[in-house]
Design a protein around this ligand. Structure first.
Ligand SMILES: Cc1cc2nc3c(=O)[nH]c(=O)nc-3n(C[C@H](O)[C@H](O)[C@H](O)COP(=O)(O)O)c2cc1C
Length: 196
């Protein structure tokens, strides 16, 4: 794979790939690893990329520990790797978890009933159970709820938006790896080459 050899073009390329990753379940970058301030990490589905705002959006259960931890402005890291393109992105930014308001309403409205189903769980994610369980009510077990039935999950739904402040881009190549660091300051984004 041939990649551009100037920083502006690399930035444009990585944002285009992040936009594609949100839209395509086939992209390796569709399911990055998301880290929180407590040192915990987990796989999440990248739901939306906004290159103009340099932000990423995820969906989660508002009752989850990570939603509480991120709250109104917690540090979040997002790690992407695509073994086919040999591209790694190590992103850092400030996350915000919200379950009410226009962005959460719009994301919920655009979610399919099959995606909404997990928000019907009766107890919060992470609750200890005496038996193996999905946490879903019996009526939602083993079937996709109707859109009307799925509305019961709305109160448990939250969006996490991560405004990125740092992107460490790495391309592995036999004839020489390449690494670039993009950082956001008051003056906007600035990129530099870094020894891999
Ligand atoms: C492929 C894959 C995709 C996942 N997508 C999400 C997601 O979009 N949102 C989410 O909250 N959890 C998702 N999970 C589950 C999380 O990895 C994690 O187990 C769960 O959210 C509990 O994390 P917590 O204890 O940090 O809240 C996904 C897991 C896998 C394996």
């Amino acid at each position: 794979m041939t990649l551009p050899d100037n920083l502006d073009a690399i930035a444009a390329d990585l944002w285009a790939r992040l936009a594609d990753a949100a839209a395509s379940g086939r992209s390796a970058w569709h399911t990055p690893v998301v880290g929180t301030a407590d040192g915990d990490v987990r796989v999440m589905v990248l739901r939306h990329t906004d290159p103009a705002a340099a932000s990423l959006r995820f969906h989660t259960d508002a009752r989850s520990p990570k939603a509480a931890l991120i709250g109104g402005g917690g540090p979040v890291s997002v790690l992407f790797y695509d073994a086919a393109t040999k591209l790694q992105l190590r992103c850092a930014g400030i996350g915000k978890a919200v379950s009410t308001g226009a962005p959460a309403d719009a994301a919920w409205a655009a979610s399919a009933a099959s995606s909404r189903r997990c928000y019907l769980a009766q107890l919060a994610p992470g609750t200890i159970s005496e038996t193996p369980t999905s946490g879903l009510p019996a009526a939602a077990e083993g079937r996709v709820p109707t859109l009307a039935e799925s509305e019961a999950g709305r109160a448990n739904f939250a969006v996490i938006t991560v405004a990125l402040t740092r992107i460490d881009w790495l391309h592995l190549a036999h004839n020489g790896h390449r690494r670039a660091l993009f950082e956001h300051s008051g003056d906007g984004w600035a990129g530099r080459w870094v020894v891999p």
